[in-house]
Write a protein that binds this ligand. Structure first.
Ligand SMILES: Nc1ncnc2c1ncn2[C@@H]1O[C@H](COP(=O)(O)OP(=O)(O)OP(=O)(O)O)[C@@H](O)[C@H]1O
Length: 480
């Protein structure tokens, strides 16, 4: 965490020079401003870990800057520099929220001490906010796992038993049964709470990229590796890694995962150093792993190593007594999202839902309820609202991701286009498409770090079309 970026604002050029030289020598990135206005502009445009500002500057004074800067960024840490003679100013600055003050003239050691103090304070405050967030998540996880069937009660018992230790857990279950939800519950109920939970879907990442995603790579390890990259195992240090769809992992990588489990060590691609990591592994699969072991597609030793404690999530059709509670839960959530009073499900509709086979499991049920809520204008959902269940059995579960995106877009559209029928004319069609295109392109460019050739390939559009769209839509490209 620590400090990286510092802004120094002083009208005295010599002071700027001395401070920037000293700070840069210590490896910080330093920006300079010659007056309060310029400093404020920079604070608006950049994010700084620390601002060191002279209190006495022409134009906007340091105190005025302090007020305005903290209005823009309430968490900004500002240290003011003041002449010894004007202690009153220092007191005033502290009252207005300065983090500390230094009296001029000062030795560079004073600056070192301040930076050390700021660094420590930032680390503590970062840790506190991480903990707060994760406690919140934990609370939500507990509240968010629904189901009181014997099968689910067994799952809760196992979570309780394994959460306190570092035992490796293998969660098996069909797609959409809640494997990731359970993995999170294990993490958030363990002593690793407050440390990272890192999930990676081994089936979603191309095989040749998976290794560097997991273990990281050194600069120059392969073409295109222009900088060092930390892998998911390093990111999950002291926390939990969730290896989803582990059954899809290629055999050579399986051997490497086994090594991490045995030795708690990883090596970045292109690196020679072994790095020790302390990571709890929770893996999941929707395939018959034992079958894959028999077919020699999955290493037997890894299977036993992962399967220390198995959790089997039954498909929803085998625990249909959980369906009514899940329906109510998803009804409440969908209506809250739409900011409408909670809808109910008529008894016959509930029966229909309870008897359906749910090949896409809980995820499919969740999407079906969302869709029902959006499309019906009545406070009661009836069998008519779910009539399509009988004839879309074959297709709906094949595209759960797309369907949920569609529901989400539909929900937003309906929410934001109230009264549209009163318009005589408009350009709604183009404007809506633009609003979908822009975030899509921005997202893919972000993921490809601004590489337009790769982005066009992923999007499946022509490179020139992409270029045109970027300029027409005014997509800004962030390269980090
Ligand atoms: N018992 C449950 N209570 C409430 N929500 C659930 C439950 N089980 C699953 N869900 C919800 O269903 C959706 C799918 O769950 P999740 O992603 O955990 O499934 P998965 O088994 O990991 O799926 P996949 O194998 O496709 O990755 C999520 O939105 C999750 O919150």
């Amino acid at each position: 965490m620590g400090l990286h970026r510092i802004l120094v604002a002083d009208d005295e050029e010599s002071m700027r020079w001395v401070l920037s030289k000293a700070l840069r020598k210590k490896g910080y990135s330093v920006d300079l401003a010659a007056d309060g206005n310029q400093a404020l502009r920079q604070v608006r445009e950049q994010s700084y870990d620390l601002v060191i500002v002279d209190i006495k500057m022409p134009g906007m004074s340091g105190l005025e800057f302090l007020d305005k800067a903290r209005e823009l960024r309430p968490d900004l840490l500002v240290v003011v520099m003041t002449a010894e003679a004007s202690m009153k100013n220092a007191v005033e600055a502290m009252k207005r929220g300065a983090y500390d003050y230094i009296t001029k003239p000062f030795d560079l050691e004073v600056i070192d001490a301040i930076i050390e103090k700021v660094s420590r304070a930032r680390d503590v405050s970062n840790q506190v906010s991480l903990l707060k967030q994760e406690l919140k998540d934990r609370y939500q996880v507990e509240k968010n796992i629904i189901g009181n069937s014997a099968a689910m009660r067994e799952v809760y018992k196992t979570i309780g038993k394994v959460a306190g230790s570092d035992i490796t857990v293998l969660i098996q279950g069909e797609s959409g049964t809640g494997k990731e939800l359970i993995a999170r519950a294990i993490h958030f109920n363990s002593t690793r709470l407050g440390k990272p939970f890192v999930a990676i879907n081994c089936a979603a990442i191309p095989k040749d990229l998976l290794e560097s995603e997991l273990f990281g790579s050194e600069r120059g390890a392969f073409t295109g590796a222009t900088e060092r990259k930390t892998g998911k195992f390093e990111q999950a240090n002291h926390g939990t890694i969730f290896l989803d769809e582990i059954g899809d992992m290629p055999l050579d990588l399986q051997a490497k995962i086994l090594r991490v489990l045995q030795e708690q060590e990883i090596t970045r691609i292109g690196g020679s150093q072994n790095l020790s990591v302390d990571v709890r592994v929770v893996a999941a699969t929707n395939q018959e792993l034992q079958e894959r072991v028999r077919n020699r597609e999955f290493r037997e030793d890894l299977y036993y190593r992962l399967n220390v404690v198995p959790i089997n999530l039954a498909p929803l059709r085998e625990r249909s007594e959980d369906i009514p509670a899940l329906v109510e839960y998803f009804l409440e959530r969908a209506c809250a999202e739409l900011e409408i009073p909670t809808k109910q499900c008529a008894p016959e509709a509930m029966e229909l839902l309870s008897n359906y086979s749910w090949p896409g499991n809980v995820r499919e049920l969740e999407n079906t309820i969302k869709r029902g809520v959006i499309l019906s204008s009545d406070p009661y959902l009836t069998t008519a609202d779910f009539a399509s269940l009988t004839n879309r059995q074959e297709t709906i579960h094949a595209i759960p991701q797309e369907q949920s995106l569609e529901s989400l877009v539909e929900m937003k559209l309906r929410n934001s286009m109230n009264g549209i029928e009163k318009l005589d004319k408009g350009d709604i069609y183009d404007r809506v498409l633009e609003q979908v295109e822009r975030p899509l392109i921005r997202y893919v460019l972000e993921k490809t770090r601004g590489n337009q050739v790769r982005a066009a390939d992923i999007l499946g559009i022509n490179r020139n079309t992409l270029r045109k769209k970027i300029s027409e839509l005014g997509v800004s490209i962030k390269k980090d």
